[in-house]
Design a protein around this ligand. Structure first.
Ligand code: C2E
Ligand code: MG
Ligand code: MG
Length: 563
């Protein structure tokens, strides 16, 4: 019989004491440990059954039965059994059978109990440690692995050198912001939870799908499973209770996909390429799935550079203001101009299309707009100081300014700093989509006009609310978008009909109209016939550097308008 000091028992116990091993490792250690005591304990067979229901700590649970020892001499059928409640509200039961022809006495049975209890304690300790580790690796809302788990999992693949058998799919839900805004963030959580459980269904052992915060999900899948997954997430139907109503929602996602090539053994790089592809899917091509291409990375790097260098560029005055004349088509004289920003970087002049959208996305554009306003005021001060009569200058203001509660004061401060007559300043705002913006827009327009500043609506006709905007907003000038001008030379073109109706409405409401993007004499002639006398476009001049524009302004330049 085994005693506490027997050499066999000590060896058995020591064999189970390996630190930092998982419960699975311990179960695998038991057969070897049992060999130390199988003879002295007259063991015939040793079974262990683990039943752990799925729980918040372990989404999958465990149902496992194993024979850990079986004597070649056979065993008696009457088992000595013990059951324990596991830390995860499950059961762990042991069944031990004596070797064929043997029967344990009471003392031996209590020694067996002691042995089983010890085995259970070692197992339970490993299991609790595992659960604590799991907790740090699980996203508690969706029960999916979290970012830490994802990184750990991919590092293991990287160590094994098999990362290149995998593809990263970085996804973002399409309608989630809408759900959050319409039904509230709690409803948003319900949707994420349900969505997460659908992704759990897709889960395979050697792959991972993790939640990367918010409505971002990242999967690391075997290359051959990617199409299947993309198809699965193209629309996941879920049913949730929102506002006390059961609703069926079809949730679709956008994804950036990056199959990891052999030369990349670094998950960080793979993640940034897949997320750059996702950004590209959202912002550039409006697609559901974008597979990585090198140009995507170039674009993303360029954006990052713009963002990080922007403030330095502002202090170094790398941004230049160009002026594009607005021409009175009856007299050929300059009747105003638009200030358009350029970035002089390493002796290259970069157009706003290359940086304005990035700055807008990052919320940095407002600083640039104020910088441009300052340069414009400074230039106007110069002109008046030299006896040149300035024509009204329009400055583009992003609609992000609507979030600034001090907008009016900020604008006035700049104008006063340079002692400029506000009549010389016009602010171009673009149409706004949301009704909340719309109310702020209306308020700001009225306040700016009270200060004597002109307001124009830029790119008119390209937004959703064009007509109601005309009726409700008290603006001075409507700038007709270039896209309308492009087609007006086509006889009976739809745009030509729409344009002439807009012209008569706008002038009827007492506002001025300007057509932008006029490139040909024929376009200008038709515009003139429609009573549009203010024209801006390459036909007359491209945006000009300060000196060139100043020369034209000072010299009273007259453009040819005999069209
Ligand atoms: P926008 O305000 O609608 O400006 C008109 C754009 O059309 C300018 O492009 C101008 O150069 C171009 N354009 C004018 N006439 C013609 C023409 O006949 N043909 C063609 N093809 N194009 C013409 P630009 O300077 O590249 O500016 C593009 C956009 O960038 C502007 O559109 C405006 O939305 C934005 N932007 C420019 N400067 C600023 C700024 O200081 N702040 C903000 N927030 N946005 C700016
Ligand atoms: Mg403009
Ligand atoms: Mg425009």
């Amino acid at each position: 019989m085994t005693t506490l000091c027997s050499e066999g028992y000590r060896q058995f116990y020591n064999a189970l004491q390996a630190e930092t091993v998982s419960a699975e490792d311990i179960v695998n250690l038991i057969p070897g440990a049992l060999l130390n005591i199988s003879d002295e304990m007259h063991l015939g067979k040793f079974e262990i059954r683990t039943e752990i229901p799925p729980s918040s700590a372990d989404a999958v649970g465990l149902n496992d039965f194993r024979v850990l020892y079986e004597s070649p001499l056979g065993f008696e059928l009457l088992a000595h059994t013990r059951m324990f409640k596991s830390p995860a509200k499950g059961n762990v039961s042991f069944a031990v059978f004596p070797v064929a022809g043997y029967k344990w006495n009471e003392e031996e049975k209590s020694a067996l109990d002691f042995l089983i209890k010890n085995m259970y304690v070692v197992l339970a300790k490993a299991r609790v440690t595992e659960m604590l580790n799991m907790r740090q690796l699980t996203d508690y809302l969706t029960m999916l692995p979290n970012t830490t788990y994802f990184m750990k999992f991919s590092q293991e693949l990287s160590i094994k050198g098999i990362l290149n058998q995998y593809t990263v799919v970085f996804s973002n839900l399409k309608s989630f912001n809408y759900i959050n805004q319409t039904f509230g963030s709690q409803a948003g959580d319900t949707v994420l939870k349900e969505y997460g459980s659908r992704l759990l269904n897709f889960y395979k052992q050697d792959e991972i799908i993790a939640r990367f915060g918010g409505d971002n999900f990242v999967a690391l899948l075997k290359n051959e499973n990617v199409d299947n997954y993309l198809n699965y997430i193209s629309k996941i139907n879920i049913t949730v209770v929102l506002d006390n109503q059961t609703r069926a929602l079809g949730i679709s996602a956008r994804s950036g996909v990056y199959p990891i090539p052999a030369h990349i053994n670094n998950i960080g790089e793979a993640l940034s390429r897949s997320s750059a592809s996702l950004v590209y899917a959202k912002q550039v091509c409006d697609s559901e799935v974008v597979w990585f291409r090198p140009e995507i990375l170039e674009r993303a790097n360029n954006e990052r550079q713009i963002i990080s260098y922007f403030r330095t560029a502002l202090t170094r005055k790398e941004f230049l203001v160009y002026y594009q004349p607005k021409v009175n088509s009856l007299t050929g004289k300059i009747c105003g101009c638009e200030a358009l920003v350029r970035w002089k970087r390493d002796d290259q002049i970069i157009s706003p299309a290359g940086f304005v959208p990035v700055l807008e996305k990052e919320g940095l554009i407002c600083d640039l707009d104020f910088y441009v306003l300052e340069r414009v005021c400074e230039n106007i001060r110069h002109w008046t100081g030299q006896g040149i009569v300035p024509a009204r200058v329009s400055v583009n203001f992003s609609k992000l300014h609507l979030r600034n509660p001090h907008l009016i004061d900020d604008v006035i401060n700049v104008i006063q700093k340079y002692r400029i007559n506000p009549d010389f300043i016009e602010i171009e705002l673009t149409e706004s989509a949301s009704s909340e913006d719309y109310m702020t827009l209306e308020k700001y327009i009225n306040e700016l006009r009270e200060q004597g500043i002109c307001i124009s609506i830029d790119d008119f006709g390209t937004g959703y609310s064009s007509l109601s905007l005309l009726k409700d907003l008290n603006v001075d000038v409507i700038k007709i978008d270039k896209s309308f001008i492009d087609d007006i030379t086509v006889k009976d073109s739809k745009d030509r009909v729409i344009l002439s109706s807009i012209m008569s409405m706008v002038t009827g409401l007492g506002m001025e109209v300007i057509a932008e993007g006029c490139e040909t004499a024929e376009q200008a002639r038709i515009l003139k016939d429609m009573n549009c006398t203010m024209i801006q476009g390459y036909l007359f001049d491209k945006p000009l550097p300060y000196e060139e524009y100043t020369d034209k302004l000072a010299g009273g330049h007259v453009y040819a308008v005999e069209l």
